[in-house]
Design a protein around this ligand. Sequence first.
Ligand code: NAD
Ligand SMILES: O=C(O)C(=O)C[C@@H](O)[C@H](O)[C@H](O)COP(=O)(O)O
Ligand code: ZN
Length: 363
Amino acid sequence: MTQPRREVAVGGDRAYTITIGPGLLDDGALLAATLRGGDAFVVSDDAVAPLYLQRVLDALRAARPGLRVGHWTLPAGEASKTLARFGEAIDAIARAGARRDATVYALGGGVVGDLAGFAAAAWMRGVDCVQLPTTLLAMVDSSVGGKTAVDLPQGKNLVGAFHPPRAVLADTATLRTLPARELRAGLAEVVKYGAIIDAAFLDWLDANAAALLAMDDGALAEAIARSCAHKAAIVERDPFEHGERALLNFGHTFGHAIETEQGYGGLIHGEAVAVGMVQAARLSERLGLAGAADTARLRGLLQRFGLPVDPPAGLDTGALLGHMRLDKKAQAGGLRFIVWDGPGRARVQADVPEDAVRAVLEA
Ligand SMILES: NC(=O)c1ccc[n+]([C@@H]2O[C@H](COP(=O)([O-])OP(=O)(O)OC[C@H]3O[C@@H](n4cnc5c(N)ncnc54)[C@H](O)[C@@H]3O)[C@@H](O)[C@H]2O)c1
Ligand SMILES: O=C(O)C(=O)C[C@@H](O)[C@H](O)[C@H](O)COP(=O)(O)O
Ligand SMILES: [Zn+2]
């Protein structure tokens, strides 16, 4: 049965709608409704573009005759989320002659979304960006909330801007071509919402794990909509991460350190977050917060989703701690972590002793 379209509203100064459903990329009217002026520029990667780029270009051109449409594609994968590729994107947008009322479309996963979003934020000090996420991870997380960035060798997402999208159109039919490893990586960020704010969602994920892994349309649509609703509510209240938005970073201090230390060529983001959430749970145990049974349950659910739960062998503890000191949550007072009190309950903890972190890393 064809899934109905669902909508999640993101309120605030720059409100927008997340539309979720199959076939959105072919809906020229829906795409054209997100245009402000006469220029569209589509950014994608070289795995997604052969599958979906032409459809988006055709739909835009058909819906808006006379539209100037440019496009640019980067090599797929995290290793492309660099300042150098960002420069290439800007160069391509400039060569296309995109004007101040142009719209940049980010067609792909979180790498494309973060880099294209940053290019849109920077070009002429900011043009519209429409997110067209094609991975589960991008649908449930990266396309929403306006964090855009590229990585540096020193750390993840260190250069970027807050630039909320004008719209998010999540065409769930694109998930049919997503590699299984990428589907599982997206499930890690879905589990994150249950862990930090919605214990009932964790129960639902437990009950629906098999359906999600089998890519049941209804289960996926429900997981995406519930995740987006959680993220929308948080970013609406705290768009610039002055407070509760930091909870969305659960598992990320550990996870980002792993990704950085592996040179963005080892675990993919969702996998690193899965490992990081288990490490954050262990740290919380050490601080007298979550219980061992809570950690075991989180670990078990992530394992059911086929995700790694232990860090890769051979990583240097000192190097990982070094990356954490450059984490964006760190302050003059020291490291800050998202700690866990058990299902649905997380909070920001300042001044976490490095010894406790080291003990988790060396366990
Ligand atoms: N801005 C945010 O709030 C936010 C949130 C979470 C993650 N992120 C970032 O997102 C990135 C990870 O995103 P990701 O997991 O989507 O990875 P990704 O963008 O690298 O995509 C994963 C892989 O799947 C391929 N792919 C994408 N869609 C496909 C499809 N429908 N069919 C076939 N192949 C497809 C891509 O080409 C790529 O090889 C990281 O850089 C992470 O830091 C940002
Ligand atoms: O939207 C947020 O806020 C998040 O933290 C979502 C994370 O899943 C995402 O990986 C984000 O890119 C991390 O942001 P950063 O500020 O730690 O780089
Ligand atoms: Zn993340």
